[in-house]
Design a binder for this molecule. Structure first.
Ligand SMILES: Cc1ncc(COP(=O)(O)O)c(C=O)c1O
Length: 411
């Protein structure tokens, strides 16, 4: 992967702010966007803005765009069919609407499992659905030494009353990756469904819903170099079997029965371009199937991001005043994304992010809606953590500038 060539495709990375090149380490809050995505969105709005089902060219274009987009996302997720791809406003809205439909038959005595590793979109949605039906909610903790999920606790909670496990593929705060395949296997043994939040995982590693065998998987395109569009994959039997709350005239067939209102077609044009952008990182010939390109592209992304993590953790070890929450071992980089949760001795997270922000280094502070995690780690009432989130477009030189700023701050 030629990093200069990659970076040149992102207008945000090429700009100068206050005379310096800004450094974007805010990826887990939303990634930067390549020019091809911007062009696809403005071309759709500029020439084809229309709704579905009209007897004219721009409406035909919108229909073909939606078909193309479902295929692109099916390739991205390795979904068996395009009908299993549902679009929506964002992951949170979709999680709430799926939780409403999936919980229709829950009753007192049923159980649901959520986790402290999760963003609350995948907690509140299921917790509130369970409350409405009198079902019991169990919350799995993380192991505080490395912020991985306490799998033993999760497996101990599973029983024949468990209806659903809602679990994140990777923590948006610490970067720890969960063993979803194993969780799905164990959950299915007791007849429970698994709803996977892949929002943080999606820009970093290849998704494969068939290999995971998960029941549902959600992601959000603005985290993987696209615009603000939410996506859910579901197993066909569930998308057909559960009954969504829908507007009556909408066709009662998948995926349409799950989609509410008019979609952001320009956003969806951007989703196709974002997936094609990722595929292009493979540098494979144009006639290579998109899924094969994505497999190679994510291998390259992982290789580069592993170098970034290695460098970050090695340099971080020089700073005794900074505490890392999450996997620190260089031997375990396969188990994390390059997202790092930090606290600084005697300096509030907001002060750190403001200090860096003044140098046009963009990092987030706070709890990022990972409320259970921040409460368990005892940082909720201390302003949360500082989150350094690398993406494949970040460089070692940018990390060195960040560590220079840390030295200055701590001097
Ligand atoms: C891990 C994770 N899940 C879910 C969400 C919510 O996604 P959306 O903003 O699309 O609702 C976020 C957003 O930050 C996230 O990081």
């Amino acid at each position: 992967m030629d990093l200069n060539q990659v970076r040149r495709q992102f207008p945000a990375l090429m700009q100068s702010v206050g005379g310096t090149a800004p450094i974007f380490l805010d990826g887990p809050g939303g990634s930067q966007v390549p020019q091809s995505v911007l062009s696809a969105m403005s071309a759709y709005l500029g020439y084809f803005n229309s709704n579905l089902g009209g007897a004219f060219f721009s409406s035909d274009k919108t229909v073909s765009l939606m078909n193309e987009a479902r295929q692109a996302v099916a390739d991205f997720l390795n979904a068996p069919s395009v009908e299993q791809i549902v679009f929506g406003a964002n992951m949170t809205s979709l999680a709430f609407s799926f939780s409403r439909a999936v919980s229709r038959d829950w009753q007192v005595g049923d159980e649901v499992i959520v986790t402290n590793a999760d963003h609350y979109s995948n907690v509140s949605s299921w917790r509130q659905a369970a409350e409405d039906k009198g079902a019991t909610v169990h919350t799995v903790k993380v192991n505080e030494t490395d912020c991985t999920l306490d799998l033993a606790q999760l497996e101990g909670l599973l029983n024949h009353n468990t209806k659903l496990v809602a679990v994140t593929y990777a923590s948006n705060t610490t970067g720890s990756i969960n063993d979803i395949k194993r969780i799905v296997e164990r959950a299915h043994q007791v007849g429970a469904l698994v709803f996977v939040d892949a929002v943080h995982y999606a820009p970093h590693e290849l998704l494969d819903v068939q290999a995971l065998d998960c029941d549902f998987l959600a992601c959000s395109a603005y985290k993987f170099f696209g615009p603000h569009v939410g996506i859910v994959y579901g197993k066909r039997e569930h998308l057909e079997g559960f009954t969504p709350y829908k507007v009556e005239p909408v066709k009662d067939i998948i995926p349409y029965r799950w989609e509410t209102g008019t979609q952001s077609f320009e956003g969806i044009a951007g989703v196709v371009a974002a997936i094609d952008y990722i595929a292009s990182l493979s540098e494979m010939s144009a006639d290579t199937p998109r899924r094969d390109k994505l497999v190679e592209a994510f291998a390259r992304i992982k290789a580069h991001e592993t170098q970034l993590s290695q460098h970050f953790l090695t340099r971080l070890a020089e700073f005794k005043q900074i505490k890392l929450f999450g996997i620190a071992s260089l031997d375990r980089l396969a188990e994390r994304t390059p997202t790092f949760a930090l606290t600084f001795d005697g300096i509030a997270p907001r002060e750190v992010s403001e200090f860096l922000g003044a140098k046009h280094m963009c990092v987030w502070d706070g709890h990022f809606y990972a409320q259970g995690l921040c409460e368990q780690l005892g940082v909720m009432d201390k302003g949360g953590v500082v989150r350094i989130g690398c993406m494949h477009y970040n460089t070692i030189a940018e990390l060195d500038r960040l560590f220079d700023a840390f030295s200055e701050l701590l001097a």
